[in-house]
Design a protein around this ligand. Structure first.
Ligand SMILES: [Fe+2]
Ligand SMILES: [Fe+2]
Length: 273
């Protein structure tokens, strides 16, 4: 059990600390040149999460669980601070105090939701209170389907309007994921009666099909952007970032599916992921 706690903790912190670090970069890029205070704050968060990421890479499965409990608390504290920073920026944008800045309100809200998710996960890990499987399946899908729907919208809005075909494709993904999100919320409201193995399995299968195709679209977009073949204001790292988040969702779907069918993933799988 101690080993599982260390493996789960390291897996979450390694993935999400890199995500938090990159959010700091994206937020900074969207500020105006005169927003020096906000730029400094963003740079400090970048350094903070880079340090956390590096330290998480140095721990191993053999690290004393008590050391990881303390590390998780420290990371939890850092994530709480970046959440406050993101919500402050959202407030500034929505009260028109940053005219001409380039961060969409939905993108800032989205990154704060990801911080909140990470913070909850750290709480659950340290308190030994991970949700029972059927609840976790529904909650994780509701969370990630909205994240995927948002990504499609960001891609659509950050592509150059002249990239008509790609914009259409991104909008179709946006529609598709909005529908899946509503379906997931319906299953949510039908709890606990909806929590049968056949319904949850079908739910996961259907979501997996769409996430795979969005993941492939993001990969293609990311390659095209890196090769400078398409017109957009999407940073290459942002394209890779949303691709990795789709991969993460797929990994979670597969993990749930394996649990439902009785072949749980091993700690090694987590470690190698
Ligand atoms: Fe993100
Ligand atoms: Fe995201």
């Amino acid at each position: 059990m101690a080993n599982a706690f260390v493996a789960r903790s390291l897996d979450e912190v390694r993935f999400w600390s890199r995500i938090m670090k990159e959010h700091s970069l994206f937020l900074r890029l969207g500020f105006r040149a005169e927003d020096t205070q906000l730029i400094n704050e963003a740079n400090q968060f970048y350094a903070l999460f880079e340090n956390i990421q590096n330290r998480s890479m140095a721990f191993t499965l053999d690290t004393d669980p008590q050391v990881i409990v303390r590390f998780n608390s420290e990371v939890h504290n850092a994530v709480s601070h970046i959440w406050v920073f993101k919500r402050k920026i959202l407030g500034l944008i929505l009260t028109c105090q940053l005219p001409g800045a380039n961060n969409f309100p939905l993108l800032v809200d989205h990154t704060s939701r990801e911080a909140n998710y990470f913070r909850n996960r750290l709480d659950e890990l340290n308190n030994g209170k991970l949700e029972p499987l059927p609840d976790a399946i529904i909650d994780e899908n509701v969370f990630f389907l909205r994240i995927m729907a948002d990504h499609a919208k960001f891609i659509s809005h950050l592509l150059d309007p002249s990239e008509r075909k790609l914009v259409d494709m991104a909008n179709e993904f946006s529609q598709d994921f909005d529908q899946l999100l509503f379906q997931a919320r319906d299953i949510d409201s039908m709890r606990p009666q909806s929590q049968t193995a056949p319904i949850l399995t079908q739910f996961l299968d259907q979501n997996r099909v769409s996430v795979k195709s969005l993941r492939d679209f993001k990969k293609t977009a990311s390659d095209l952007i890196s090769a400078c073949k398409i017109k957009s204001i999407i940073h290459p790292l942002l394209a890779d970032h949303v691709f990795r988040e789709a991969e993460r969702f797929l990994f979670i779907i597969d993990m749930f599916e394996q649990h439902l069918t009785g072949t749980p993933v091993t700690m090694r799988d987590l470690e190698e992921h």
